[in-house]
Design a protein around this ligand. Structure first.
Ligand SMILES: [Zn+2]
Length: 280
């Protein structure tokens, strides 16, 4: 964790990378910021590499395995300890510090191809932050994971009338150069809109905002999509068959339904896809 404090007071702004050890585009961008010796104009800037132990296990032969060491770190952001895994210990170490952050962007990438997006949890201030960043221009708002709170779902960022804001970037597919470019553009924009850098942010077109309405869980080990859909695909017509799950048919519940991060290797009880409806 790297912290830089300006002479002039101001908010505490943080960027986090490597929540998942194999999603290293964010880490490359943070390493570049360290190399160029970026310093905040005011306030505090923290650059945090979250799961270094998982990243240390990255291998090109088995690139998916280093997502975590023992369990998914992005389901553990609570004070209530549920395990003593390596990830849980790291979260406990970081929690008190994260609770001093005013504005946070958590950098991720996706296993399957898809449009880049900013993900915000249930708090309206998180969605406002995502819209302020404005690049990528797609904002998806969801209610989190049943398996446990993500970093952006921490009470610090989601309590009613709280002012601390956080959102998450899904920059595109893991290990692609486009994903690195998107991450860099989004981080630059984030540093600008939060006042860390001098650049006054250029106006960008209004974001498109979509709310996750359904989380489709696989009920069998045979969940199969009807097409190789990319995340961000919009299905124009209600009641379109998008997948089968054993004997069940999965159909879109409304017109212009967006598929968010379809998972083509879904195990039973895992999320296969999220369905989202546009607000604008
Ligand atoms: Zn991730």
């Amino acid at each position: 964790m790297h912290r830089f404090i300006a002479a002039e007071s101001g908010p505490h702004v943080a960027l986090t990378a490597l929540m998942h050890g194999n999603e290293y585009a964010g880490a490359i961008v943070l390493a570049d910021l360290l190399r160029t010796q970026l310093r905040p104009r005011r306030g505090t800037l923290s650059l945090i590499f979250l799961n270094l132990e998982a990243f240390a296990r990255f291998s090109c032969e088995t690139p998916i395995r280093s997502r975590f060491v023992e369990e998914d770190m992005n389901r553990l952001w609570t004070n209530r300890s549920v395990s003593s895994s390596q990830e849980q210990r790291r979260v406990h170490q970081l929690l008190p510090y994260i609770e001093t952050v005013d504005t946070l962007l958590d950098l991720h990438s996706m296993l399957w191809p898809g449009d880049s997006l900013l993900l915000a949890g249930p708090s309206p201030v998180g969605a406002e932050l995502a819209a302020d960043i404005g690049t990528p221009p797609l904002v998806v708002i969801d209610g989190g994971h049943m398996a446990g709170p993500r970093l952006i779902d921490m009470p610090h960022f989601t309590r009613p009338h709280g002012s601390a804001r956080a959102c998450l970037l899904e920059a595109g597919q893991h290990w692609s150069l486009d994903t690195l470019d998107v991450t860099r553009a989004t981080v630059n924009r984030f540093l600008s809109v939060t006042g860390v850098t001098d650049a006054s942010p250029r106006p960008v077109p209004a974001s498109r905002i979509a709310h996750v309405t359904h989380r489709v869980l696989a009920q069998t080990g045979r969940f199969t999509f009807t097409q190789p859909y990319c995340s961000g695909t919009v299905i124009p017509e209600r009641n379109t068959l998008i997948a089968t799950d054993g004997p069940d048919e999965i159909r879109t519940p409304y017109d212009d339904c967006m598929l968010v991060m379809p998972n083509f290797r879904t195990a039973r009880t895992h999320t296969a896809v999220r369905l989202a409806r546009f607000e604008n």
